[in-house]
Design a binder for this molecule. Structure first.
Ligand code: FDA
Ligand code: NAD
Length: 434
Protein backbone atom coordinates (compact mmCIF):
# COMPACT_ATOMS: atom_id res chain seq x y z
CA UNK A 1 0.00 0.00 0.00
CA UNK A 2 1.12 3.53 -0.79
CA UNK A 3 2.65 5.81 1.82
CA UNK A 4 1.76 9.50 1.77
CA UNK A 5 3.62 12.26 3.54
CA UNK A 6 2.26 15.62 4.71
CA UNK A 7 3.92 18.40 6.67
CA UNK A 8 0.79 18.71 8.83
CA UNK A 9 -1.80 16.03 9.55
CA UNK A 10 -5.01 16.63 11.49
CA UNK A 11 -6.34 13.30 12.74
CA UNK A 12 -10.12 13.57 13.01
CA UNK A 13 -12.50 15.52 10.81
CA UNK A 14 -14.85 17.15 13.31
CA UNK A 15 -15.33 20.64 14.66
CA UNK A 16 -11.73 21.21 15.76
CA UNK A 17 -10.41 19.99 12.39
CA UNK A 18 -12.54 22.51 10.47
CA UNK A 19 -11.43 25.43 12.63
CA UNK A 20 -7.80 24.30 12.51
CA UNK A 21 -7.93 24.13 8.70
CA UNK A 22 -9.35 27.65 8.51
CA UNK A 23 -6.58 28.93 10.79
CA UNK A 24 -3.90 27.17 8.70
CA UNK A 25 -5.32 28.86 5.59
CA UNK A 26 -5.37 32.23 7.37
CA UNK A 27 -1.76 31.85 8.49
CA UNK A 28 -0.65 30.64 5.05
CA UNK A 29 0.11 27.13 3.87
CA UNK A 30 1.39 25.70 0.62
CA UNK A 31 -0.81 23.35 -1.38
CA UNK A 32 -0.31 19.72 -0.39
CA UNK A 33 1.13 20.51 3.05
CA UNK A 34 -2.00 19.77 5.10
CA UNK A 35 -4.26 16.74 5.27
CA UNK A 36 -7.33 15.98 7.38
CA UNK A 37 -7.94 12.27 7.95
CA UNK A 38 -11.46 11.41 9.08
CA UNK A 39 -13.48 8.28 9.47
CA UNK A 40 -16.59 10.27 8.62
CA UNK A 41 -17.57 10.53 4.94
CA UNK A 42 -18.15 14.30 4.95
CA UNK A 43 -16.08 17.47 5.40
CA UNK A 44 -15.97 18.97 8.93
CA UNK A 45 -19.34 20.20 10.18
CA UNK A 46 -20.84 21.84 13.24
CA UNK A 47 -21.69 18.77 15.36
CA UNK A 48 -24.20 20.58 17.65
CA UNK A 49 -26.67 20.72 14.72
CA UNK A 50 -27.13 16.94 14.92
CA UNK A 51 -29.19 17.06 18.13
CA UNK A 52 -31.13 20.16 17.13
CA UNK A 53 -31.94 21.37 13.56
CA UNK A 54 -30.99 18.06 11.93
CA UNK A 55 -33.90 16.33 13.68
CA UNK A 56 -36.57 19.02 13.19
CA UNK A 57 -39.83 17.69 11.70
CA UNK A 58 -39.90 20.59 9.22
CA UNK A 59 -37.12 22.56 7.57
CA UNK A 60 -34.45 20.23 8.94
CA UNK A 61 -30.80 21.26 8.62
CA UNK A 62 -28.82 19.22 6.09
CA UNK A 63 -25.30 19.39 4.72
CA UNK A 64 -23.83 21.38 3.13
CA UNK A 65 -25.79 23.90 5.26
CA UNK A 66 -23.81 23.45 8.49
CA UNK A 67 -20.22 22.79 7.54
CA UNK A 68 -17.72 24.55 9.78
CA UNK A 69 -17.27 27.42 10.44
CA UNK A 70 -20.89 28.69 10.23
CA UNK A 71 -21.64 27.81 13.86
CA UNK A 72 -19.66 30.80 15.10
CA UNK A 73 -20.78 33.13 12.33
CA UNK A 74 -17.80 32.34 10.10
CA UNK A 75 -17.32 31.25 6.50
CA UNK A 76 -18.87 27.88 5.51
CA UNK A 77 -16.02 25.68 4.33
CA UNK A 78 -17.41 23.49 1.56
CA UNK A 79 -15.40 20.56 0.15
CA UNK A 80 -14.43 22.89 -2.74
CA UNK A 81 -12.78 25.28 -0.28
CA UNK A 82 -10.39 22.54 0.87
CA UNK A 83 -9.64 21.69 -2.75
CA UNK A 84 -8.94 25.32 -3.62
CA UNK A 85 -6.58 25.68 -0.65
CA UNK A 86 -4.80 22.42 -1.52
CA UNK A 87 -5.87 20.83 1.76
CA UNK A 88 -6.36 17.12 1.29
CA UNK A 89 -9.56 15.73 2.82
CA UNK A 90 -8.98 12.04 3.34
CA UNK A 91 -12.49 10.89 4.26
CA UNK A 92 -14.05 7.52 5.19
CA UNK A 93 -10.62 6.58 6.50
CA UNK A 94 -10.25 5.24 10.01
CA UNK A 95 -6.80 5.29 11.54
CA UNK A 96 -6.28 2.09 13.52
CA UNK A 97 -2.62 2.49 14.47
CA UNK A 98 -0.53 5.50 15.41
CA UNK A 99 3.23 5.25 15.91
CA UNK A 100 4.49 8.55 17.25
CA UNK A 101 8.15 7.45 17.18
CA UNK A 102 8.11 6.86 13.41
CA UNK A 103 5.53 9.68 12.89
CA UNK A 104 3.18 7.41 11.02
CA UNK A 105 -0.51 6.56 10.98
CA UNK A 106 -2.01 3.41 9.50
CA UNK A 107 -5.59 3.17 8.23
CA UNK A 108 -7.98 0.23 8.52
CA UNK A 109 -7.43 -0.36 4.79
CA UNK A 110 -3.65 -0.53 5.34
CA UNK A 111 -2.64 2.90 3.95
CA UNK A 112 0.21 4.71 5.73
CA UNK A 113 0.39 8.46 6.34
CA UNK A 114 3.49 10.14 7.70
CA UNK A 115 3.77 13.67 9.03
CA UNK A 116 6.12 16.24 10.52
CA UNK A 117 3.46 17.73 12.81
CA UNK A 118 0.35 15.92 14.06
CA UNK A 119 -2.80 17.47 15.53
CA UNK A 120 -4.93 14.90 17.33
CA UNK A 121 -8.60 15.91 17.04
CA UNK A 122 -10.37 12.58 17.46
CA UNK A 123 -13.13 13.89 19.77
CA UNK A 124 -15.25 11.51 21.82
CA UNK A 125 -17.14 8.28 21.32
CA UNK A 126 -20.41 7.46 23.04
CA UNK A 127 -20.63 5.19 26.04
CA UNK A 128 -22.93 2.30 25.08
CA UNK A 129 -25.19 0.23 27.30
CA UNK A 130 -23.68 -2.86 25.67
CA UNK A 131 -20.35 -1.74 27.26
CA UNK A 132 -21.89 -2.63 30.65
CA UNK A 133 -23.57 -5.78 29.32
CA UNK A 134 -27.13 -4.43 29.80
CA UNK A 135 -29.43 -7.28 28.78
CA UNK A 136 -30.97 -6.86 25.30
CA UNK A 137 -29.14 -3.58 24.63
CA UNK A 138 -28.16 -4.68 21.12
CA UNK A 139 -31.81 -4.66 19.89
CA UNK A 140 -32.75 -2.63 16.79
CA UNK A 141 -33.82 0.99 17.33
CA UNK A 142 -31.69 1.46 20.45
CA UNK A 143 -29.82 4.45 19.11
CA UNK A 144 -26.91 6.73 20.04
CA UNK A 145 -25.91 10.11 18.64
CA UNK A 146 -22.39 11.24 17.88
CA UNK A 147 -21.86 11.37 14.11
CA UNK A 148 -23.95 12.20 11.08
CA UNK A 149 -24.52 8.49 10.31
CA UNK A 150 -26.08 8.11 13.77
CA UNK A 151 -28.32 11.13 13.09
CA UNK A 152 -29.46 9.57 9.78
CA UNK A 153 -30.40 6.36 11.61
CA UNK A 154 -32.44 8.45 14.04
CA UNK A 155 -34.21 10.27 11.21
CA UNK A 156 -35.08 6.91 9.61
CA UNK A 157 -36.37 5.55 12.94
CA UNK A 158 -38.53 8.65 13.52
CA UNK A 159 -40.05 8.14 10.04
CA UNK A 160 -40.58 4.41 10.58
CA UNK A 161 -42.15 4.77 14.03
CA UNK A 162 -44.41 7.78 13.38
CA UNK A 163 -46.28 8.95 16.48
CA UNK A 164 -44.79 6.01 18.41
CA UNK A 165 -43.23 5.79 21.84
CA UNK A 166 -39.68 6.94 22.57
CA UNK A 167 -37.68 6.35 25.73
CA UNK A 168 -34.65 8.55 26.31
CA UNK A 169 -32.04 7.04 28.62
CA UNK A 170 -29.91 9.73 30.28
CA UNK A 171 -30.67 13.18 31.65
CA UNK A 172 -27.66 15.13 30.38
CA UNK A 173 -27.18 17.16 27.19
CA UNK A 174 -28.28 14.43 24.78
CA UNK A 175 -31.17 13.45 27.03
CA UNK A 176 -32.59 16.97 27.25
CA UNK A 177 -32.02 17.97 23.61
CA UNK A 178 -33.24 14.66 22.15
CA UNK A 179 -36.35 14.36 24.29
CA UNK A 180 -37.37 17.85 23.16
CA UNK A 181 -36.78 17.26 19.46
CA UNK A 182 -38.48 13.84 19.51
CA UNK A 183 -41.48 15.45 21.20
CA UNK A 184 -41.52 18.05 18.39
CA UNK A 185 -41.71 15.04 16.06
CA UNK A 186 -44.89 14.04 17.92
CA UNK A 187 -43.44 10.98 19.59
CA UNK A 188 -44.68 10.04 23.05
CA UNK A 189 -41.48 10.70 25.04
CA UNK A 190 -40.32 9.41 28.43
CA UNK A 191 -36.94 10.34 29.89
CA UNK A 192 -35.19 8.06 32.41
CA UNK A 193 -32.18 9.01 34.51
CA UNK A 194 -30.65 7.93 37.80
CA UNK A 195 -30.10 11.31 39.46
CA UNK A 196 -32.61 13.35 41.51
CA UNK A 197 -32.66 16.04 38.76
CA UNK A 198 -31.60 16.54 35.17
CA UNK A 199 -28.13 17.71 34.06
CA UNK A 200 -26.63 17.30 37.51
CA UNK A 201 -23.13 18.06 36.14
CA UNK A 202 -24.18 21.70 35.86
CA UNK A 203 -27.74 22.41 36.96
CA UNK A 204 -28.70 23.21 40.54
CA UNK A 205 -31.97 21.77 41.85
CA UNK A 206 -33.58 25.17 41.18
CA UNK A 207 -32.45 25.38 37.56
CA UNK A 208 -33.43 21.76 36.90
CA UNK A 209 -36.90 22.27 38.40
CA UNK A 210 -37.61 24.85 35.67
CA UNK A 211 -36.59 22.56 32.79
CA UNK A 212 -38.36 19.52 34.25
CA UNK A 213 -41.54 21.58 34.68
CA UNK A 214 -41.28 23.06 31.19
CA UNK A 215 -40.69 19.63 29.62
CA UNK A 216 -43.62 18.16 31.57
CA UNK A 217 -45.85 20.96 30.21
CA UNK A 218 -44.72 19.96 26.71
CA UNK A 219 -45.82 16.38 27.41
CA UNK A 220 -42.44 14.82 28.17
CA UNK A 221 -42.71 12.25 30.98
CA UNK A 222 -39.80 12.06 33.40
CA UNK A 223 -38.77 9.01 35.44
CA UNK A 224 -35.96 9.83 37.91
CA UNK A 225 -33.82 7.86 40.29
CA UNK A 226 -33.60 4.65 38.27
CA UNK A 227 -31.78 3.14 35.28
CA UNK A 228 -32.49 0.85 32.35
CA UNK A 229 -31.44 -2.69 33.22
CA UNK A 230 -32.79 -4.57 30.21
CA UNK A 231 -34.74 -4.42 26.95
CA UNK A 232 -37.39 -6.60 25.33
CA UNK A 233 -37.56 -7.01 21.56
CA UNK A 234 -39.91 -8.64 19.06
CA UNK A 235 -39.19 -11.45 16.58
CA UNK A 236 -37.57 -8.93 14.17
CA UNK A 237 -35.15 -7.87 16.88
CA UNK A 238 -36.82 -4.44 17.23
CA UNK A 239 -36.94 -3.03 20.74
CA UNK A 240 -40.41 -3.11 22.34
CA UNK A 241 -39.82 -2.23 26.01
CA UNK A 242 -37.34 -0.85 28.50
CA UNK A 243 -37.06 -2.61 31.85
CA UNK A 244 -36.12 -0.32 34.74
CA UNK A 245 -34.25 -1.21 37.90
CA UNK A 246 -37.21 -0.11 40.03
CA UNK A 247 -39.32 -2.81 38.37
CA UNK A 248 -41.27 -0.58 35.98
CA UNK A 249 -41.46 -1.50 32.29
CA UNK A 250 -41.85 1.24 29.62
CA UNK A 251 -43.14 0.44 26.12
CA UNK A 252 -40.75 1.74 23.46
CA UNK A 253 -40.54 1.86 19.66
CA UNK A 254 -37.34 3.92 19.77
CA UNK A 255 -34.77 4.24 22.55
CA UNK A 256 -32.14 6.99 22.47
CA UNK A 257 -29.26 6.56 24.87
CA UNK A 258 -27.17 9.52 26.07
CA UNK A 259 -25.18 8.29 29.05
CA UNK A 260 -21.97 10.19 28.37
CA UNK A 261 -18.93 10.25 26.14
CA UNK A 262 -15.34 9.04 26.30
CA UNK A 263 -12.41 10.89 24.72
CA UNK A 264 -10.88 8.87 21.87
CA UNK A 265 -7.30 8.54 23.07
CA UNK A 266 -6.72 4.78 22.76
CA UNK A 267 -4.52 5.02 19.63
CA UNK A 268 -1.92 6.85 21.71
CA UNK A 269 -1.97 4.82 24.95
CA UNK A 270 1.51 4.63 26.44
CA UNK A 271 2.94 6.98 23.80
CA UNK A 272 2.19 10.32 25.43
CA UNK A 273 1.28 11.69 28.85
CA UNK A 274 -2.37 11.54 29.87
CA UNK A 275 -4.26 13.35 32.60
CA UNK A 276 -7.88 13.28 33.75
CA UNK A 277 -8.81 10.84 30.99
CA UNK A 278 -7.46 13.06 28.22
CA UNK A 279 -4.18 13.80 26.49
CA UNK A 280 -2.12 16.19 28.61
CA UNK A 281 -1.08 19.37 26.80
CA UNK A 282 0.56 22.69 27.56
CA UNK A 283 -1.08 26.08 27.03
CA UNK A 284 -0.35 25.77 23.29
CA UNK A 285 -1.92 22.29 23.05
CA UNK A 286 1.40 20.59 22.49
CA UNK A 287 1.49 17.12 24.10
CA UNK A 288 4.41 15.51 25.91
CA UNK A 289 5.73 14.50 22.46
CA UNK A 290 7.23 17.47 20.57
CA UNK A 291 5.42 18.18 17.31
CA UNK A 292 2.29 16.34 18.44
CA UNK A 293 -0.69 18.48 19.46
CA UNK A 294 -4.10 17.53 20.89
CA UNK A 295 -7.19 19.76 20.66
CA UNK A 296 -10.92 19.69 21.36
CA UNK A 297 -12.56 16.98 23.48
CA UNK A 298 -9.37 14.91 23.88
CA UNK A 299 -7.12 17.62 25.36
CA UNK A 300 -6.50 18.07 29.09
CA UNK A 301 -5.04 21.56 29.19
CA UNK A 302 -4.03 24.21 31.74
CA UNK A 303 -7.08 26.27 32.68
CA UNK A 304 -5.23 29.48 33.45
CA UNK A 305 -8.22 31.19 35.06
CA UNK A 306 -8.54 28.49 37.75
CA UNK A 307 -4.94 27.28 37.96
CA UNK A 308 -5.72 23.63 37.23
CA UNK A 309 -5.85 21.12 34.36
CA UNK A 310 -9.16 20.38 32.68
CA UNK A 311 -10.80 18.64 29.78
CA UNK A 312 -13.78 20.35 28.15
CA UNK A 313 -16.31 18.56 25.91
CA UNK A 314 -17.96 21.58 24.30
CA UNK A 315 -17.87 23.17 20.92
CA UNK A 316 -16.55 26.64 21.82
CA UNK A 317 -13.39 25.15 23.31
CA UNK A 318 -12.93 22.76 20.37
CA UNK A 319 -12.91 25.76 18.01
CA UNK A 320 -10.65 27.95 20.14
CA UNK A 321 -8.17 25.20 21.06
CA UNK A 322 -7.78 24.31 17.38
CA UNK A 323 -7.04 27.92 16.49
CA UNK A 324 -4.61 28.27 19.38
CA UNK A 325 -2.67 25.13 18.37
CA UNK A 326 -2.32 26.25 14.75
CA UNK A 327 -1.26 29.77 15.78
CA UNK A 328 1.36 28.26 18.11
CA UNK A 329 2.64 25.88 15.41
CA UNK A 330 2.99 28.65 12.84
CA UNK A 331 4.56 31.08 15.34
CA UNK A 332 7.14 28.53 16.48
CA UNK A 333 8.18 27.98 12.85
CA UNK A 334 9.14 31.66 12.77
CA UNK A 335 10.84 31.50 16.16
CA UNK A 336 7.96 33.47 17.69
CA UNK A 337 5.48 32.62 20.41
CA UNK A 338 1.82 33.24 21.12
CA UNK A 339 0.03 34.07 24.36
CA UNK A 340 -0.97 31.20 26.64
CA UNK A 341 -4.51 29.88 26.20
CA UNK A 342 -6.71 31.68 28.67
CA UNK A 343 -10.09 30.04 28.37
CA UNK A 344 -13.36 31.06 29.99
CA UNK A 345 -15.56 27.93 30.00
CA UNK A 346 -18.70 28.46 27.93
CA UNK A 347 -21.50 25.91 27.58
CA UNK A 348 -24.94 26.32 26.04
CA UNK A 349 -27.96 24.38 24.97
CA UNK A 350 -31.18 24.94 23.05
CA UNK A 351 -34.43 22.97 23.10
CA UNK A 352 -38.09 23.80 22.37
CA UNK A 353 -38.19 27.64 22.61
CA UNK A 354 -35.52 27.69 25.28
CA UNK A 355 -31.86 28.71 25.14
CA UNK A 356 -29.42 28.92 28.02
CA UNK A 357 -25.79 29.91 28.35
CA UNK A 358 -23.34 29.26 31.16
CA UNK A 359 -19.92 30.84 31.71
CA UNK A 360 -17.23 30.09 34.25
CA UNK A 361 -17.04 27.49 36.97
CA UNK A 362 -20.00 25.96 38.82
CA UNK A 363 -18.44 25.90 42.29
CA UNK A 364 -19.54 27.19 45.69
CA UNK A 365 -22.90 28.55 46.83
CA UNK A 366 -25.63 29.48 44.38
CA UNK A 367 -28.42 31.99 44.08
CA UNK A 368 -31.36 31.75 41.68
CA UNK A 369 -32.83 34.97 40.30
CA UNK A 370 -35.54 36.06 37.88
CA UNK A 371 -38.69 34.35 36.65
CA UNK A 372 -38.16 30.59 36.70
CA UNK A 373 -41.82 29.65 36.53
CA UNK A 374 -42.07 27.02 33.76
CA UNK A 375 -45.61 28.19 33.01
CA UNK A 376 -44.56 31.83 32.33
CA UNK A 377 -45.09 33.16 28.81
CA UNK A 378 -41.47 34.33 28.61
CA UNK A 379 -39.41 32.88 31.41
CA UNK A 380 -36.07 34.55 32.06
CA UNK A 381 -33.93 33.52 35.00
CA UNK A 382 -30.41 32.76 36.03
CA UNK A 383 -27.99 31.65 38.70
CA UNK A 384 -24.67 32.80 40.07
CA UNK A 385 -22.11 30.54 41.71
CA UNK A 386 -20.19 32.24 44.54
CA UNK A 387 -16.94 31.01 46.11
CA UNK A 388 -14.70 32.86 48.56
CA UNK A 389 -16.95 35.92 48.27
CA UNK A 390 -16.54 36.14 44.47
CA UNK A 391 -18.73 35.12 41.56
CA UNK A 392 -17.21 32.20 39.65
CA UNK A 393 -20.05 31.09 37.41
CA UNK A 394 -23.15 32.56 35.79
CA UNK A 395 -26.11 30.91 34.05
CA UNK A 396 -28.89 32.59 32.10
CA UNK A 397 -32.00 31.21 30.39
CA UNK A 398 -33.70 33.38 27.80
CA UNK A 399 -31.06 36.14 27.71
CA UNK A 400 -30.45 38.57 24.85
CA UNK A 401 -27.00 38.76 23.24
CA UNK A 402 -26.12 41.75 25.47
CA UNK A 403 -27.32 39.99 28.59
CA UNK A 404 -25.35 36.88 27.74
CA UNK A 405 -22.26 39.03 27.19
CA UNK A 406 -22.86 40.60 30.61
CA UNK A 407 -22.91 37.24 32.43
CA UNK A 408 -19.79 36.16 30.51
CA UNK A 409 -18.05 39.28 31.76
CA UNK A 410 -19.09 38.57 35.35
CA UNK A 411 -17.61 35.05 35.16
CA UNK A 412 -14.37 36.43 33.72
CA UNK A 413 -14.02 39.39 36.13
CA UNK A 414 -15.14 37.46 39.25
CA UNK A 415 -16.51 40.49 41.13
CA UNK A 416 -16.81 40.37 44.91
CA UNK A 417 -20.25 40.03 46.49
CA UNK A 418 -21.01 40.64 50.11
CA UNK A 419 -24.72 39.93 50.41
CA UNK A 420 -26.34 37.01 48.60
CA UNK A 421 -29.84 38.36 49.26
CA UNK A 422 -28.96 41.61 47.50
CA UNK A 423 -27.41 39.63 44.64
CA UNK A 424 -30.62 37.60 44.31
CA UNK A 425 -32.69 40.79 44.25
CA UNK A 426 -30.44 42.48 41.67
CA UNK A 427 -30.15 39.38 39.49
CA UNK A 428 -29.24 40.35 35.94
CA UNK A 429 -28.89 44.01 36.96
CA UNK A 430 -25.79 43.03 38.92
CA UNK A 431 -24.18 41.66 35.74
CA UNK A 432 -25.20 44.71 33.71
CA UNK A 433 -23.16 46.95 36.10
CA UNK A 434 -19.89 45.03 35.73
P1 FDA B 1 -15.49 15.86 17.04
O1 FDA B 1 -16.25 14.74 17.67
O2 FDA B 1 -16.24 17.01 16.52
O3 FDA B 1 -14.64 15.26 15.83
C1 FDA B 1 -13.85 14.10 15.94
C2 FDA B 1 -13.64 13.53 14.57
O4 FDA B 1 -12.59 12.57 14.60
C3 FDA B 1 -14.85 12.82 13.99
O5 FDA B 1 -14.99 13.21 12.65
C4 FDA B 1 -14.45 11.35 14.08
O6 FDA B 1 -15.06 10.55 13.10
C5 FDA B 1 -12.97 11.45 13.85
N1 FDA B 1 -12.18 10.31 14.33
C6 FDA B 1 -12.13 9.80 15.58
N2 FDA B 1 -11.27 8.76 15.64
C7 FDA B 1 -10.78 8.61 14.40
C8 FDA B 1 -9.84 7.69 13.83
N3 FDA B 1 -9.26 6.73 14.55
N4 FDA B 1 -9.57 7.81 12.50
C9 FDA B 1 -10.14 8.78 11.76
N5 FDA B 1 -11.03 9.68 12.26
C10 FDA B 1 -11.34 9.59 13.56
N6 FDA B 1 -21.24 21.40 22.44
C11 FDA B 1 -21.73 22.63 22.76
O7 FDA B 1 -20.97 23.43 23.32
N7 FDA B 1 -22.99 22.98 22.44
C12 FDA B 1 -23.85 22.12 21.81
O8 FDA B 1 -25.00 22.47 21.56
C13 FDA B 1 -23.37 20.81 21.49
N8 FDA B 1 -24.18 19.93 20.87
C14 FDA B 1 -23.72 18.64 20.59
C15 FDA B 1 -24.58 17.73 19.97
C16 FDA B 1 -24.14 16.44 19.72
C17 FDA B 1 -25.08 15.45 19.06
C18 FDA B 1 -22.83 16.04 20.09
C19 FDA B 1 -22.36 14.64 19.80
C20 FDA B 1 -21.98 16.96 20.68
C21 FDA B 1 -22.42 18.27 20.94
N9 FDA B 1 -21.59 19.21 21.54
C22 FDA B 1 -22.05 20.47 21.82
C23 FDA B 1 -20.19 18.87 21.85
C24 FDA B 1 -19.28 19.30 20.69
O9 FDA B 1 -19.88 18.96 19.46
C25 FDA B 1 -17.92 18.64 20.84
O10 FDA B 1 -17.34 19.09 22.04
C26 FDA B 1 -17.02 18.97 19.65
O11 FDA B 1 -17.57 18.43 18.46
C27 FDA B 1 -15.61 18.43 19.87
O12 FDA B 1 -14.86 18.67 18.73
P2 FDA B 1 -13.67 17.69 18.31
O13 FDA B 1 -13.19 18.17 17.00
O14 FDA B 1 -12.77 17.53 19.45
O15 FDA B 1 -14.39 16.28 18.10
P1 NAD C 1 -23.72 13.80 29.76
O1 NAD C 1 -22.53 13.47 30.55
O2 NAD C 1 -24.13 15.21 29.57
O3 NAD C 1 -24.98 13.10 30.43
C1 NAD C 1 -25.05 11.74 30.71
C2 NAD C 1 -26.28 11.49 31.59
O4 NAD C 1 -26.62 10.12 31.63
C3 NAD C 1 -26.09 11.92 33.01
O5 NAD C 1 -27.26 12.51 33.51
C4 NAD C 1 -25.81 10.58 33.69
O6 NAD C 1 -25.91 10.51 35.02
C5 NAD C 1 -26.82 9.73 32.98
N1 NAD C 1 -26.59 8.29 33.08
C6 NAD C 1 -25.42 7.66 33.27
N2 NAD C 1 -25.63 6.32 33.25
C7 NAD C 1 -26.95 6.12 33.06
C8 NAD C 1 -27.76 4.97 32.93
N3 NAD C 1 -27.25 3.74 33.04
N4 NAD C 1 -29.10 5.14 32.71
C9 NAD C 1 -29.61 6.38 32.58
N5 NAD C 1 -28.88 7.50 32.69
C10 NAD C 1 -27.57 7.36 32.93
O7 NAD C 1 -23.53 13.05 28.35
P2 NAD C 1 -24.44 13.01 27.03
O8 NAD C 1 -25.70 13.75 27.25
O9 NAD C 1 -24.50 11.59 26.62
O10 NAD C 1 -23.56 13.81 25.97
C11 NAD C 1 -22.46 13.20 25.31
C12 NAD C 1 -21.45 14.22 24.86
O11 NAD C 1 -22.02 15.12 23.93
C13 NAD C 1 -20.88 15.07 25.95
O12 NAD C 1 -19.52 15.30 25.65
C14 NAD C 1 -21.62 16.37 25.83
O13 NAD C 1 -20.87 17.47 26.31
C15 NAD C 1 -21.86 16.46 24.35
N6 NAD C 1 -23.06 17.22 24.04
C16 NAD C 1 -23.10 18.53 24.39
C17 NAD C 1 -24.22 19.28 24.12
C18 NAD C 1 -24.20 20.73 24.51
O14 NAD C 1 -23.19 21.22 24.97
N7 NAD C 1 -25.33 21.44 24.33
C19 NAD C 1 -25.30 18.71 23.47
C20 NAD C 1 -25.25 17.36 23.14
C21 NAD C 1 -24.12 16.62 23.43
Amino acid sequence: MAEKHFKYVILGGGVAAGYAAREFAKQGITKGELAIISKEAVAPYERPALSKGYLFPQGAARLPGFHTCVGSGGERLLPEWYEEKGIELILSTEIVKADLSSKSLTSAAGATFTYDILIIATGSSVIKLTDFGVQGADANNILYLREIDDADKLVAAIQAKKDGKAVIVGGGYIGLELSAVLRLNNLDVTMVYPEPWCMPRLFTAGIAAFYEGYYANKGVKIVKGTVAVGFDSDSNGDVTAVKLKDGRVLDADIVVVGVGGRPLTSLFKGQLAEEKGGIKTDAFFQTSVPGVYAVGDVATFPMKLYGDLRRVEHVDHSRKSAEQAVKAIKASEEGKSVEEYDYLPYFYSRSFDLAWQFYGDNVGDTVLFGDSDPASAKPKFGSYWIKDGKIFGAFLEGGSADENNAIAKVARVQPAVSDLNVLTQEGLQFAAKI
